[in-house]
Ligand binder design. Structure first.
Ligand code: APR
Length: 171
């Protein structure tokens, strides 16, 4: 069963010791608020220095950097879609964020990855739909990549945790 490899927690992602934690970044990759701000604060200034050299990241794509002062060895930065009502390709772009992250997991031979609830904060994506996309893509990644041993969804509030619990229950 792939679902026992998917875990759910409510905590600060910067404390998670996974092979990689995912950052919900913006197209500049130069930091911001929310989880982006927290990850940069915890990783230290070397993270921003490395990000400066990446030349940004289009929405739906992902870039990998070292984790520096974070417990995680790697940070995978992905840029989710801003919610504009759901008719501007947001679902497909959000799904592409997860697939882009899982492609880097495979490329770097990583076994564990932790995701925040991409796009559901500042970018306004509804939690219910976003968590369903996240869970669907996680199950697909586990079926396709036998090296992957754990996917952790890290929620930062109870509303998000409830959305993920429901998405995980809707097999
Ligand atoms: N650990 C885990 N999750 C967190 C943390 C944290 N330390 N801080 C915030 N979150 C959660 C939020 O509660 C939300 O559920 O991450 C989720 C994503 O919210 P945002 O961080 O606002 O990201 P997003 O909605 O994708 O917007 C991205 O916000 O911070 C800027 O630079 C970023 O412009 C970009 C935009």
């Amino acid at each position: 069963m792939t679902s026992d490899k998917i875990q759910l927690t409510e905590e600060d992602i910067t404390g998670i010791k996974a092979d990689a934690i995912v950052n919900a970044a913006n197209n500049s990759l130069l930091g911001g608020g929310g989880v982006d701000g927290a990850i940069h604060r915890a990783a230290g200034p070397e993270l921003l220095a490395q990000c400066r050299g990446l030349g940004g990241c289009p929405t739906g794509e992902a870039r990998i950097t070292k984790g520096y002062n974070l417990p995680a060895a790697w940070v995978i930065h992905t840029v989710g879609p801003v919610w504009r009502g759901g008719t501007q390709g947001e679902p497909e772009l959000l799904a592409r964020c997860y697939r882009s992250c899982f492609s880097l997991v495979r490329e770097y031979g990583l076994k564990t990855i932790a995701f925040p609830a991409i796009s559901t904060g500042v970018y306004g994506y509804p939690k219910e739909e976003a968590s369903r996309i996240a869970v669907r893509e996680a199950r697909r990644a586990l079926a396709e990549n036998k090296e992957l041993t754990a996917i952790l969804f890290v929620c930062f509030n109870s509303a998000t945790r409830l959305a993920y619990q429901k998405a995980l229950a809707d097999d």
